[in-house]
Design a protein around this ligand. Structure first.
Ligand code: C2E
Ligand code: MG
Ligand code: MG
Ligand code: MG
Length: 291
């Protein structure tokens, strides 16, 4: 069997590795100017009530349009800024942007007082000793109630430094912020932390959702997570719902909220508000428009 030419010898391998390191380095450099040069923006993906179809909130998702590299996926650039801790600065911009945007939606009465906006918080942010204090002050000064903001933290990020993470999250929860565990089920973590952390929301990772309509094992896992969450009185969100069959199953299982391409991808502000105004989730035509 012939190997692909590029992987056939050490030289080819080194070249590929070098190219990828070179690109990472270039992206990392380019990102240092991204905030100042207005290259970043947020999109908002709706979280839809499983029972009523109403849009109850949205997750803010970061986008980068580089003049040099074009549109770069967060899957590629977020790990870079997490590794060099530049996410601490970028993350502050994300929070300020999300707070200002939600305030303006509330002022326009485009959303009601129960509507929540979620932001992703990286480990490096959580590990800043003054993060909770900073966030509490920003939100207090803005006039937004803390409960309108949800903070999505991944399991694996929590495990990095459980002690400090717990301290920060307890402060933030006491100040009124809603804490969500993102990518739940992928972190190889112990369930014990759920009883000590001030968690309000569990987001079930797409890994369990994407094949649940064809895979009985995934179905059982998802049902178990939803049942467990109910005992703890956590709100459940299913991530990455793409198929109507998945939606139907999740509805039967008593999942609270759905986030996924079935209803809408991450959207520009105007489209999100259009969807909220409709009072129910998107039609397939609307979905296609957003992609
Ligand atoms: P995440 O927080 O788990 O966000 C959900 C991701 O799943 C988003 O990818 C979203 O577009 C995608 N998604 C939603 N529904 C579906 C679906 O039905 N099918 C598929 N295939 N994908 C779906 P996105 O926007 O590319 O972001 C990827 C990750 O980058 C996020 O995962 C999050 O970990 C990180 N990220 C994005 N924005 C930020 C940010 O502002 N700060 C930090 N720290 N991380 C961010
Ligand atoms: Mg998230
Ligand atoms: Mg997730
Ligand atoms: Mg993730």
């Amino acid at each position: 069997v012939a190997l692909p030419a590029e992987t056939n010898c050490w030289q080819g391998y080194d070249q590929a590795l070098e190219n990828s390191l070179w690109r990472k380095n270039q992206l990392s450099q380019a990102l240092y100017g991204a905030v100042e040069n207005n290259e970043l923006h947020l999109l908002y993906q709706p979280k839809v009530d499983v029972q009523t179809g109403a849009v109850r909130g949205a997750e803010a998702l970061l986008r980068w349009e580089s003049p040099v590299f074009g549109r770069v996926s967060p899957a590629e650039f977020i790990p870079i800024v997490e590794a060099n801790r530049h996410i601490v600065e970028i993350g502050k911009w994300v929070i300020q942007q999300a707070v200002a945007t939600l305030l303006s939606w509330r002022a326009q009465q485009a959303v009601d007082e129960h509507f929540t906006v979620a932001v992703n918080v990286a480990s490096a942010q959580l590990m800043q000793a003054d993060f909770s204090q900073w966030l509490i002050e920003v939100v207090q000064q803005s006039g937004l109630p803390a409960h309108a903001l949800e903070l999505e933290v991944t399991e694996s990020d929590l495990m990095e430094n459980m002690q400090l993470a717990m301290l920060q999250l307890q402060r933030l929860s006491a100040a009124g912020f809603r804490i969500a565990i993102d990518d739940f089920g992928t972190g190889y973590s112990s369930l014990a932390y759920l009883k000590v952390l001030p968690v309000a929301v569990l987001k079930i990772d797409r890994a369990f959702i994407s094949e649940m309509h064809v895979n009985a094992q995934d179905r059982r896992l998802t049902r178990t997570v939803i049942d467990m969450a109910r005992h703890f009185q956590f709100t459940t969100v299913a991530e990455g719902v793409e198929e109507p069959e998945q939606f139907k199953l999740l509805q039967e299982m008593g999942c609270d909220l759905i986030q996924g391409f079935l209803f809408a991808p991450p959207l520009h502000e105007a489209m999100l508000l259009q969807l909220v105004a409709q009072g129910f989730a998107a039609s397939p035509a609307f979905i296609a428009q957003g992609l």
